[in-house]
Design a protein around this ligand. Structure first.
Ligand SMILES: [Zn+2]
Length: 319
């Protein structure tokens, strides 16, 4: 039924889903690197396509598809719906007599810079399960924001420069939207600024941000991807305090893993409860789990579901 080879294909169709290997026809759910490939023909939302071009530097033929506009390809009717993960991120509904849904990465709770996800009732559900263990129930958005603001304000009080480490595409724009709208001045690394510009070209409005220049950092917040934390650029800032923003902050060892002062559980993924909620509301007769550990499939099986885990490889990215 499902072919797996650096991507997902529903047997009997030519459409590959989130394949990292180049295909004649590929749907890209969103622009994170572990979901994109240099296909001859790409199906993606216009925003994903803008972000992909930046990432891939390739120029395949694109079929930009708006949300909720049915489209026929290779004898199938397909339709894209928001997945709530990052700007442009989409789920795909494929109809070939049955309703087949592939969620891509998704989040049911609202984000500031991504359209709100909806649960799609279906017969076959192919879903991500990155945080598919019971210990991954995230605090409320209000609680996460409270911890973030507290981290920044206490750094200011102690005359330190707060440095936030967040994935450059998606998470950083969420943080910038939140902090900029609250009046904080946010200094961005080049990598983050490049993506912010694409978001702006897609219509997202950000306030109070500037390119990072190491001069007067008084009462400014720095925002950059985690891999820059141990570079000279950061080490030259003597009075710094660092926080990583990731769903993996639920694990006690995350602070040490990233060598930071604080780990704040801000995620653009569904947590364990949202994953279960999706299944309960979509009511599929068959489920495939992917992009995560097999434990979630075992959990669903124990709840009486017909489920298989697709082992694309366990991924522990910074999402
Ligand atoms: Zn992603």
């Amino acid at each position: 039924m499902i072919e797996l080879n650096k991507g997902i294909r529903i047997v009997g169709t030519e459409l590959w889903l989130d394949s990292t290997k180049a295909r004649p026809l590929g749907f890209i759910s969103h622009a994170h690197g572990d979901h994109t490939g240099k296909h001859q023909q790409v199906i993606a939302t216009p925003a994903t396509w803008s972000l992909c071009r930046h990432r891939l530097g390739a120029k395949p033929k694109a079929i930009p598809l708006q949300f909720r506009k049915p489209y026929s390809v290779d004898g199938l009717t397909i339709e894209l719906f928001p997945s709530g993960h990052i700007l442009g991120a989409a789920q795909i509904l494929i109809q070939n007599g049955r309703r087949i849904v592939y969620t891509g990465d998704f989040k049911l709770k609202p984000n500031r810079t991504a359209d709100l996800a909806e649960v799609l009732p279906c017969d076959i559900l192919i879903m991500e399960c990155t945080f598919g263990k019971p210990q991954y129930v995230f605090p409320s958005a209000e609680e996460v924001e409270r911890r973030l603001i507290e981290f920044i304000e206490s750094a200011f009080e102690d005359r330190k420069v707060p440095i936030l480490l967040a994935y450059a595409m998606g998470k950083s724009q969420e943080v910038l939207k939140l902090l900029g709208d609250r009046g904080y001045t946010v200094c961005l690394s080049k990598q983050t600024m490049d993506v912010v510009k694409i978001y702006e070209a897609c219509g997202v409005v950000f306030k109070n941000h500037e390119r990072f220049v190491n001069d007067n950092l008084y009462r400014k917040v720095l925002l950059m991807p985690p891999y820059l934390a141990r570079t000279r650029m950061v080490e030259k800032i003597p009075n710094r305090r660092t926080a990583v923003l990731t769903g993996w902050a639920m694990d006690a060892e995350t602070k040490n893993r990233f060598g930071v002062d604080e780990a704040i559980p801000m995620s653009d993924h569904a947590d364990f409860e949202e994953l279960n909620d999706y299944v309960d509301r979509a009511r599929p007769s068959k489920i495939y789990t992917v992009h995560g550990a097999p434990e979630f499939a075992k959990h669903l099986h124990a709840r009486g579901h017909n489920v298989e885990h697709l082992a694309l490889g366990t991924q522990l990215g910074l999402w």
